[in-house]
Design a protein around this ligand. Structure first.
Ligand SMILES: [Fe+2]
Ligand SMILES: [Fe+2]
Length: 247
């Protein structure tokens, strides 16, 4: 598990975050398929159901989020937030595009519907910006453990392109957790909000493992370890919110 406190992001303001996203935007991944072998059916069966779901989940037009971010920027006099969110959404869409490119290489069609994704989207849009960001940070934490597991699977099935994608995801998702935590630190922090976030994490962990536990397990994560790491990152985020509020 990574220690989110070790990084400089912890001290970032929204101006710093905007600059960070703009810098990162210039460092997009170019996937190298030159060493990619032809995966067998077994390997494809293992990895693609979850990859299809995450490909869909990472993609968003972000209309509502953008509107909420503009309002937050105005109300809180944080002029850089709306632009930071614009870049953030762009970055997530790149994640979706990397997975789509990988699927395309193996001629895998995009998923049309996913019940987990639908549930996530309707939850995100029901609680204002605080709800949106709370749900989002849950998804980012799950993504972090999932891509760690998938990266291990990529080694096992010898897919260098997938490994490259997973490394990029980890590189990008870690700061996202700190970024979203910073936004949550602008809201009242009490036992109710912490309980809400815990409940969200417990529920999502169960659902994701029920759906994609086979690939996550192959990547070295028993259910127990998967839950422990997700809750560990959540604890870091909650602690971070508390410290950010008081600084
Ligand atoms: Fe992402
Ligand atoms: Fe993310």
């Amino acid at each position: 598990m990574y220690n989110l406190f070790k990084k400089k992001w912890f001290k970032f303001t929204y101006r710093d975050w905007l600059a960070y996203f703009q810098r990162n935007d210039k460092r997009r991944l170019v996937i190298d398929f030159s060493e990619e072998p032809a995966l067998d059916f077994k390997a494809k069966d293992l990895i693609f159901p979850s990859i299809m779901a995450f490909q869909k989940g990472e993609h968003s037009e972000g209309y509502q989020f953008t509107e909420m971010a503009k309002k937050f920027a105005k109300d809180r006099k944080e002029p850089f937030y709306a632009d930071a969110i614009r870049y953030f959404i762009r970055e997530e869409n790149f994640h979706s595009a990397y997975l789509a490119e990988y699927m395309n290489f193996y001629e895998i069609k995009k998923a049309t519907e996913n019940s987990l994704d639908k549930a996530f989207r309707s939850m995100r849009h029901s609680g204002g910006l605080f709800g949106e960001v709370s749900v989002l940070v849950t998804a980012e934490i799950i993504a972090l453990t999932y891509y760690t597991a998938l990266g291990n699977v990529a080694d096992q099935i010898k897919s260098p392109a997938l490994k490259q994608i997973c490394n990029q995801m980890l590189h990008d998702e870690l700061p996202h957790i700190v970024f979203q935590s910073y936004t949550l630190s602008h809201y009242p922090d009490h036992i109710g909000t912490r309980f809400f976030r815990r409940l969200l994490m417990e529920g999502t962990t169960i659902c994701v493992y029920a759906a994609y536990g086979n690939v996550i397990k192959k990547g070295g994560y028993s259910y127990k370890r998967f839950r422990k790491e997700n809750l560990g990152y959540l604890a870091q985020s909650i602690r971070m919110v508390k410290i950010m509020k008081n600084s």
